[in-house]
Design a binder for this molecule. Structure first.
Ligand code: ATP
Ligand code: MG
Length: 240
């Protein structure tokens, strides 16, 4: 009987019934059938979220649980809920996270990305420098368009560490192209240690920088991260 059940589940592509069906409590047939179907749905949902998280390629797992918003200054028309309920994502708005090192920008950006995956959205996370290197590589290999199409599947693009390392002109242009493609189509989160005024130093070209900042800032919430580095505070307090 168990073998037949397994074979029937396989034919019907029911991947989660076999491991759940013996443990489902019930009073009547309808309740049992519902329990079985719900177990299958739950299993599929978890698997879908796992796949989304893998595709997003977060460098570290960080969540909103326990995140201290004390150091985050919100601009007008923005609030903690607008971020954590992913209202900005629904509205295809951008979030720029600016502030000193170790103030929790990457943590919050990642946590919002993880939350988006949990709610079924496609996310891609990149350190800006890695993305630019990949864009240049794909361009040289003649596979840039395929890579860009894949990128366009994302509803949220997270660009971490804008400005750590300056790039060459062709790299800056490729990045500009990616950001232009996102404009009003999908949300972008950018983290940076630099004020906008210093972005020229990264892109080298004042006109390109102005055009890029213009696209990013339109429909954007600019958050300021203040305070001391978390890393430093923890090191000083002896917490590992
Ligand atoms: N507000 C916070 N609540 C909880 N943990 C935090 C907070 N801010 C920072 N941390 C923790 O401190 C460490 C440093 O934070 P994070 O990497 O996000 O800083 P950052 O602003 O991205 O720094 P950098 O500019 O150097 O990239 C991480 O381990 C992070 O989880
Ligand atoms: Mg960071």
């Amino acid at each position: 009987m168990k073998q037949e059940l397994a074979a029937a589940c396989k034919s019907l592509h029911l991947g989660y019934v076999m491991e759940a069906y013996e443990d489902i409590p019930f009073n009547d047939r309808s309740e049992y059938l519902l329990g079985v179907l719900q177990a299958e749905l739950r299993g599929r949902e978890i698997s879908r979220i796992r796949k989304l998280m893998t595709k997003a390629r977060f460098p570290q797992m960080k969540t909103l649980e326990g995140y201290d918003f004390g150091a985050v200054t919100f601009p007008a028309h923005c609030s903690r809920e607008l971020l954590t309920d992913l209202v900005f994502l629904e509205r295809k708005e951008n979030v720029l996270m600016l502030g000193k090192v170790g103030t929790g920008k990457t943590h919050l950006a990642t946590a919002l990305g993880v939350e988006a995956c949990r709610r079924g959205h496609e996310v891609r996370f990149f350190r800006v420098h890695d993305l630019v290197a990949t864009l240049q590589e794909k361009y040289q290999a003649g596979t840039l368009n395929r890579f860009l199409r894949e990128l366009q599947r994302a509803e949220l693009l997270i660009l971490d560490e804008m400005g750590f390392v300056p790039f060459h002109k062709d790299g800056a242009e490729l990045l500009f192209h990616v950001i232009s493609e996102c404009y009003e189509q999908r949300s972008v989160i950018v983290t940076s240690n630099l004020e906008f005024g210093q972005w020229n130093t990264v892109f080298g070209d004042a006109r390109l920088t102005a055009a890029l900042v213009d696209r990013l800032v339109h429909h954007a919430h600019v958050l300021a991260f203040t305070g001391e580095s978390y890393r430093l505070q923890h090191a000083l307090s002896g917490v590992k």
